[in-house]
Design a protein around this ligand. Structure first.
Ligand code: PMP
Length: 410
């Protein structure tokens, strides 16, 4: 694989030139939100300047242009993730969290009951963990968790033990936002299907960073967010197999999703519009499509290779420090482009604050995986997460800032 021209890529991100107290920002909080390149910002501003209008096929020119752009954004996403059913399998949501809730409310409330089991992993993000936990409480379904072993991997023997004929839904994260673990999702989906359970994969940390083919994984549902893949906030994607989405009832009701309404009853529009009531995220859909173009121009394999190289460099330096604990698997195919860690005797929040004094942006906290942190025996961790525009020199700044923190707190 030809390596990336990171210098040229960085030029498309004016925000990366910002300085704080004379220091150029080092943005290593990409697992939370990535930066947005000029072509994506331009695509959205072109929409507002040139064809802003409500969609749903209004009669006038502007509405028709906006409708086509909005609808075609679905096709573009479908192609990007290998959904051969096209736009009907791609529902635009607000984010991954809403995609998770859509399935939990629409499918879960209708299908789950006492005696059913929902299987999650101990490394689920709250987006899936809290959602299915609460749907479990409402329906009487039990929730079980696949164990995470000491190296931060899923215990697949345990997975085979707890996914049984009682399992109705498996929801698993593709790449952990806390440990960086890349989970064997096709294998998990196969186990679920062997027991006639459905499988929901949370791809929030996968689609932005690696090639993903939802049909190769055979996921029944798959979710991700635009703002973590060089796209805008306010838009996420729920992929679902057509026959499942056909059977499901809408989760939100209103205009734009109906076929026929009387005072007594209503029928639903075709997919995916049935699940997209009200005025949707039109500018954001345009921005997401532009982000996909931008990513595809670089190539997802190259993006993955670049991030893995940066993450390996960071991992090796951090793991070499005797007073730094690094979480998750060693660099390799089982680790994505982020590194979670703690520096002994310095709270992760203090560490992040010292980093900020160096204009190094990392995240500290529980990363929406509180139960996993409980299991790790820490309240919080620090996380550096990388994207296509990061460099090894930026990792060096991270390591320098750690040295500084150590001295301050020694
Ligand atoms: N799942 C994972 C693995 C995540 O990393 C995140 C974002 N931190 C989410 C779900 C939720 O994404 P959003 O906030 O865009 O809904």
């Amino acid at each position: 694989l030809e390596s990336l021209d990171v210098g040229a890529i960085r030029e498309e991100f004016p925000i990366l030139q910002r300085e704080f107290d004379g220091q150029q920002v080092v943005y290593l909080d990409n697992a939370a939100t990535t930066q947005t390149p000029d072509p994506v910002v331009d695509a959205m501003s072109d929409y507002y300047r040139e064809y802003n209008a409500n969609v749903h096929r209004g009669i006038h020119h502007l509405s028709q242009e906006a409708s086509i752009a909005y609808e075609e954004a679905h096709d573009h996403v479908a192609e990007f993730i290998g959904a051969s059913g096209g736009r009907e399998e791609v529902i635009f949501t607000k984010n991954t969290t809403e995609a998770e809730n859509l399935v939990a409310y629409s499918w879960g409330l209708a299908e789950l009951g006492p005696g059913d089991e929902i299987v999650l992993t101990e490394m689920e993000h709250h987006a899936s963990l809290v959602t299915w936990q609460q749907i479990g409480k409402r329906t009487g379904a039990d929730v079980k968790y696949i164990r995470v072993d000491e190296d931060g991997r899923l215990d697949m023997d345990h997975a085979r033990e707890i996914i049984t004929d009682d399992t109705a839904m498996l929801s698993a994260v593709h790449v952990s936002n806390t440990l960086g673990t890349v989970n064997p999702v096709s294998e998990l989906v196969d186990i679920a299907h062997d027991h006639d359970a459905l499988a929901f994969i949370d791809g929030a940390q996968a689609v932005p960073n690696r090639p993903v083919d939802v049909e190769a994984i055979d996921a029944d549902f798959y979710a991700f967010s635009g703002h973590k893949m060089a796209g805008p906030t306010g838009i996420g994607v729920l992929y679902g197999k057509t026959h499942l989405l056909e059977e499901m009832q809408p989760y939100l009701y209103g205009g734009g999703m109906i076929r026929k309404v009387t005072f007594e009853d209503s029928t639903w529009d075709e997919l995916p519009w049935k699940f997209e009531p009200g005025t949707p995220q039109i500018a954001e859909a345009v921005g997401l499509a532009a982000a996909i173009d931008w990513l595809e121009d670089i190539g997802m394999e190259r993006i993955q290779a670049h991030e893995e190289e940066i993450a390996r460099y960071a991992y090796e330096q951090l793991a070499a420090e005797p007073d730094v604990e690094v979480y998750g698997p060693e660099p390799g195919p089982e680790r994505g482009g982020l590194v979670g860690f703690n520096l002994d005797s310095v709270h992760a929040h203090d560490l992040a604050s010292i980093m900020n004094d160096h204009a190094v942006a990392i995240r500290a906290g529980d990363h929406c995986t509180q139960p996993l942190h409980d299991k790790l025996g820490v309240a919080a961790s620090a996380r550096a997460s990388f994207y296509v525009y990061n460099t090894k020199a930026e990792v060096d700044k991270l390591v320098d800032a750690i040295d500084d923190a150590r001295q301050l707190f020694a």
